[in-house]
Design a protein around this ligand. Structure first.
Ligand code: PMV
Length: 350
């Protein structure tokens, strides 16, 4: 029937890395230089929503992002679709299987992808992670792909593999496409007192994308090699133990040091890359002052490839942090001030 249309819609949340991914050893397959570890946020807050539809009445494959049509020839999207086709081909042939038609040169069936983010795209708020996790989740449902799918999300955007699971998630660097996967290290309900606040300092597109930024770092920074070999493996073990033991102080210290080292390798890149601005640096100082006030570590900042801060803290300290923060930083100093995100740690849902 030419009018048959099959459609699946998924949503997927962003993840915030405590142990940072920065640098690839294989740029085509997106195999990272070091492992990383993150928390996947609540579905309702910062998330992508993607619908994928396949029909014979579609004339060609098309893609819309936040209401604007984009080229489907985007190499990352094509990597995901190619990996999807490879997985489908591995299955037994079944005449009635829609996905079989999808692999046959897409001569009869075409795919439409519609994706929206409920937060700024490409501003260092992990929009690509949520977007590719969501796309892969929806396509896997549409084509009945079972088993390990985080490696399909990985070829879209590295950090997206971690958004395929809820809770606390580690990306094992691996050596090839089958071993570079995400695994859940603790479930959604493991540490229910943890919260994260997203402080949106600037929601404009970042000046240097993470792909170009990390390639430049790998090419030119000596510190990067040391970090990947000597620092990150130890920190992954430390933070996993802190998460298992619900030891906030260690968790916070490792998280802040990691963020600072990410920005240190960016500065060690030649020419240097700056993602944080003056407000970001004032936030760092504020968090250390807040912790010093009572001589206990009650909050931890982390910054990705942009000036926006993510603050991890325990529920019992959220009110105090926000009231103290708003005294120091009047809302007018921000384009989008502050969004408090209660973390429920959920994985993508259809
Ligand atoms: O997945 P990408 O290419 O957007 O890389 C993101 C890297 C960081 O967000 C800076 C760190 C991380 O581990 O998420």
């Amino acid at each position: 029937d030419t009018d048959t249309l099959c459609c699946v819609t998924s949503t997927a949340p962003v993840n915030i890395a405590m142990i940072k991914y920065w640098g690839k050893k294989d740029t085509d397959l997106i195999i990272p230089l070091n492992g990383s570890l993150s928390a996947t946020l609540d579905q309702g807050q910062l998330c992508a929503k993607t619908s994928v539809a396949i029909s014979r009445s579609f004339k060609n494959d098309r893609l819309w992002l936040n209401g604007t049509e984009q080229s489907i020839d985007n190499p990352r999207i094509q990597s995901v679709l190619n990996e999807m086709r490879r997985r489908i081909r591995k299955r037994k042939f079944d005449e009635s299987d829609l996905s079989e038609s999808f692999t046959q040169g897409m001569s009869k069936w075409h795919l439409h992808i519609v994706s929206v983010n409920n937060f700024p795209t490409a501003a260092g708020l992990a929009s690509s992670a949520a977007g590719y996790a969501c796309l892969v989740h929806a396509l896997s449902k549409l084509f009945n792909i079972e088993g390990e799918v985080s490696s399909i999300a990985r070829v879209g955007s590295g950090s997206a593999c971690r958004s395929m699971y809820g809770g606390w998630v580690e990306w094992l660097p691996g050596e090839d496409t089958g071993s570079s996967i995400a695994v859940q290290v603790a479930p959604e309900d493991h540490w229910p007192e943890i919260r994260v606040l997203i402080l949106v300092v600037n929601d404009q597109k970042k000046p240097v994308g993470s792909t170009d930024g990390m390639q430049a770092t790998v090419r030119t920074s000596d510190l990067m090699q040391y970090r990947a070999k000597k620092v990150v493996p130890k920190r992954i073990n430390m933070i996993k133990k802190a998460i298992f033991d619900k030891d906030f102080e260690t968790f916070a210290e490792v998280t802040m040091k990691e963020s600072n080292q990410l920005h240190a390798v960016c500065m060690d890149t030649h020419p240097p890359i700056f993602y944080m601005n003056d407000t970001s640096k004032q936030i760092i100082r504020f968090v250390h002052d807040f912790n010093n006030e009572e001589n206990t570590i009650r909050a931890a900042y982390t910054f990705d490839a942009g000036p926006n801060a993510c603050i991890f803290l325990l529920e019992e300290n959220v009110k105090k942090f926000i009231s103290s923060f708003s005294r120091k930083f009047p809302p007018s100093s921000y384009e989008n001030y502050i969004r408090g995100i209660p973390v429920n740690f959920e994985q993508p849902t259809p």
